[in-house]
Write a protein that binds this ligand. Structure first.
Ligand code: SAH
Length: 204
């Protein structure tokens, strides 16, 4: 997975590659898909949600240029895999999941395998998580049609955000950087994520 899917496609950060070496992806994949855990694709994790393709996880992580002292917000915990990759590379990860059963399952697994620097919450990540803001980096793994204003506000000076934005099945990953209080945006890759929804399942 690491050589064929990540290095050959241009993932260069040794910190990202080392995190991928360390986190055992098969632990985050349901029993029935374990044999495909390291395949070049997204996989179902229940409740119509997916664990993203390894390359997309690596690409998004690399684009955040994380330092070991960074505090990171993730919206869309899902299986907890992306949170574990982030936790290997930064100081603290705060992650929000809107579907309670998925969030709880991810929490049990992350505790069991020993991540003490990940804090989870069940709720609507559109609003961000004000208590721990501002964040050095924000990663969103579900797609709204517009960038949520609370997430822009909760990004620290010098902070980076990576987020898929668009209609269902037609989205662009956007990388934002906050400099002198202003946000600069760049489209970086076409992608396909599940939509961002609110607590009653309405699409944002
Ligand atoms: N990062 C995950 C991928 C999860 S897929 C992983 O590594 O496995 C996207 C997740 O976003 C789904 O679990 C979905 O339920 C969640 N989601 C959708 N809308 C959300 C919202 N408003 N707040 C938080 N999570 C949301």
């Amino acid at each position: 997975m690491i050589h064929e899917q990540l290095e050959k496609r241009g993932i260069k950060s040794q910190r990202v590659l080392n995190a991928f070496r360390k986190v055992e992806r098969h632990l985050f994949v349901p029993e029935e898909y374990r044999s495909m855990a390291y395949a070049d694709r997204a996989l179902p994790i229940g409740k119509s949600q997916t664990i993203s393709q390894p390359y997309i996880v690596a690409f998004m992580t690399e684009s955040l240029d994380l330092k070991s002292t960074d505090r990171v917000l993730e919206v869309g915990t899902g299986s907890g895999y992306q949170a574990a990759i982030l936790a290997e590379m930064c100081d603290t990860v705060y992650s929000i999941e809107v579907i309670e059963s998925l969030g709880k399952k991810a929490g049990r697994l992350l505790r069991k395998i020993g991540y003490l620097n990940i804090t989870l919450k069940i709720g609507d990540g559109y609003q961000g998580w004000k208590t721990h803001a501002p964040y050095d980096a924000i990663i969103v793994t579900c797609a709204p049609t517009q960038i949520p204003a609370p997430l822009k506000d909760q990004l620290a000076e010098g902070g980076r955000m990576i987020i898929p934005v668009g209609e269902q099945y037609v989205q662009e990953l956007i990388l934002l950087k906050k400099k002198n209080g202003r946000l600069r945006e760049k489209k970086v890759l076409p992608v396909m994520f599940v939509p961002m929804v609110d607590e009653v399942g309405k699409i944002y």
